[in-house]
Write a protein that binds this ligand. Structure first.
Ligand SMILES: [Mn+2]
Length: 268
């Protein structure tokens, strides 16, 4: 049995199948974990979701910003963007079943005691235990009958900073933004949700979330994340494993083999 963690797929179905073929992935024997953004922008989000769902208990995922946005579009809360290329998925006869399957996934997940995956990252000052607990607050809503309200309240960039006392919609929005949209933070630990460049090209007042010292993160813990294609898989520490290598932008799709620490990629 092998465990693989895959970066952002974004509806790139052919690339996904090529990457899994290259490792002779076998559902039932091997497990596939995804860091989110399963769909949107790529050529076939519908086939991607159908295939991943067909993997049954051999597949695990966390949700990314594109996955949450699709859930909002599926409920008529937002209009689809043409560039997201989601029309075939929205019109599919099994759209409701795929939507219900998708909203079961959390925003953060522990693979084991050392490895935690989350789409965007670990907010500085949070422990992985806090991350998992806050993710559960959102996931409990998303799995409940109140899931449409959660998605209606999701849009917006504030509040900028975490505070234990945040409650209600403000608290939910911060947790969603930190786990699915974060890249850079300001010295005050306020989220910057607009800069998407590589760290070397960003204003010096902004720091990647993983470059802010986090006393709550233990030295033996590893964070696996996606979302930030401009990193090209590079971070400042082996403790942070960046897996979005920009296949949908013409670069590569990457997975990480947990048992060996090896990376395997296919080019677009
Ligand atoms: Mn993303």
């Amino acid at each position: 049995m092998a465990s693989y963690v895959i970066g952002d797929i974004q509806g790139c179905y052919a690339g996904l199948r090529r990457l899994l073929d290259s490792i002779s992935f076998e559902p039932g024997r091997d497990n596939l974990y995804a860091v989110g953004d399963l769909i949107a922008r790529g050529e076939d989000s519908l086939s991607t979701l159908r295939y991943l769902r067909s993997l049954g208990s051999s597949f695990y995922s966390v949700l990314g910003n594109h996955d949450l946005h699709f859930l909002a579009v599926s409920q008529g809360i937002k209009n689809p963007k043409r560039s997201d290329n989601l029309e075939p998925l929205i019109k599919a006869p099994d759209m409701a079943a795929l939507t219900d399957w998708l909203r079961q996934w959390p925003l953060a997940m522990a693979l084991d005691a050392q490895h935690t995956m989350v789409h965007a990252g670990l907010y500085p000052g949070w422990s992985t235990t806090q991350l998992i607990a806050y993710s559960k607050e959102i996931s409990d809503e998303l799995k409940s009958v109140k899931w449409r309200q959660l998605l209606e309240n999701m849009y917006g960039d504030g509040p900028p900073k975490w505070n234990q006392k945040l409650s209600g919609k403000q608290r939910q929005r911060f947790i969603i933004n930190a786990t699915t949209r974060m890249r850079f933070v300001r010295p005050s630990l306020a989220l910057n949700l607009t800069e998407k460049s590589a760290p070397k090209d960003a204003p010096t007042s902004l720091r990647p979330w993983f470059d802010v010292s986090n006393q709550q993160l233990q030295a033996n813990e590893t964070i696996l994340f996606g979302h930030w294609a401009a990193l090209q898989g590079k971070t400042s520490s082996a403790q942070f494993i960046a897996l979005d290598t920009g296949y949908v932008w013409g670069n590569t799709m990457t997975l990480w083999h947990k048992e060996s620490g090896e990376y395997i990629s296919v080019s677009a």
